[in-house]
Design a protein around this ligand. Structure first.
Ligand SMILES: NC(=O)c1ccc[n+]([C@@H]2O[C@H](COP(=O)([O-])OP(=O)(O)OC[C@H]3O[C@@H](n4cnc5c(N)ncnc54)[C@H](OP(=O)(O)O)[C@@H]3O)[C@@H](O)[C@H]2O)c1
Length: 250
């Protein structure tokens, strides 16, 4: 069995931890955290460590910490020439210390601790400094996901931008929709079938052809009525900008 050590205890670290614990091919060697209580209900406490000096040998170390802490954590590792990967969508490979063999293990999904995810379906975007490590990373990744991809730093950067549009921005628009419902005493529940159908439709149609609504129809009367309705200036701006973008794309 291949040994994997996780560093971090946030959203990604906890999902990775569960995926590794479920795998019969990977062995969770240790998890290095700052606060033991953050993972103590998830794993055998003897595997939880808080000191870098207690790190045991592993086939792979996954640094799943905030982007701004990746370099510091990589510098703190008290060994060299081992395979070390971060999980960030934006940070380049060389953001980590060069004393170890650097790699990226980026899971392209939105993770929150409280929502379970089928890790087997999570696209893994992998990158490594040399071919042997890339092969090793592919093998390790395929033990927890059926969707393993080789993606270089430049591609990963662009993928992350695309991901922000389709996930984070879409979710922000849900938040605006929920607020508008609340202000008008309507339950957000009523919009959920629409949200689901909109997301499911792009599995059958490309997004451009799936677009409906006043902007793509060029229905200026409705657009003006909506802009008149939107008293919140931020939301008014967003509505205008998205309408123009849809119409520009027609
Ligand atoms: N969440 C997602 O949907 C997602 C998806 C794909 C990739 N990613 C990437 O995965 C990485 C982790 O994201 P996340 O969402 O799991 O973040 P998170 O939930 O905010 O957790 C951040 C983790 O980093 C630790 N940390 C912060 N500063 C540290 C330091 N100086 N030294 C040691 N540990 C430190 C935190 O420890 P404490 O809890 O002790 O503060 C926490 O365990 C990021 O690179 C992110 O870009 C996230």
């Amino acid at each position: 069995m291949k040994k994997v050590t996780i560093i971090g205890s946030g959203n990604v670290a906890q999902h990775l931890l569960k995926a590794i614990l479920h795998s019969s091919e990977l062995h969770l060697q240790q998890i290095l955290v700052r606060k033991i209580e953050s993972v103590e209900n998830l794993i055998d406490p003897t595997k939880i460590i808080i000191n870098y000096g207690d790190l045991l040998e592993s086939d792979l170390y996954i640094i799943a910490v905030s982007d701004s802490a990746i370099r510091e954590v990589s510098l703190n590792l008290p060994f060299s020439n081992r395979l070390v990967a971060h999980t960030s969508g934006t940070m380049p490979l060389d953001s980590m210390s060069e004393k170890n063999r650097r790699a990226v293990f980026y899971p392209l999904q939105t993770f929150s601790k409280t929502k379970s995810v089928d890790f087997k379906k999570v696209p893994l975007c992998l990158e490594a400094e040399n071919l042997n490590d890339l092969e090793e990373l592919k093998a390790l990744g395929s033990f927890i996901s059926n969707n393993v991809n080789l993606i270089n730093s430049q591609q990963r950067k662009s993928l992350h931008v695309a991901a922000v549009f389709v996930s984070n921005f879409a979710n922000h628009l849900y938040t605006i929709g929920e607020e508008i419902c609340k202000e008008n005493n309507i339950s957000f529940e009523i919009l959920k079938p629409l949200i689901k159908e909109t997301a499911e439709k792009i599995f059958y149609l490309d997004p451009k052809h799936a677009q409906t609504g006043p902007a793509i129809r060029g229905d200026q009367n409705t657009i003006d009525a909506h802009l008149n309705f939107l008293k919140n200036s931020e939301y008014n701006k967003i509505y205008k900008l998205l309408t123009e973008s849809i119409q520009h794309d027609r």
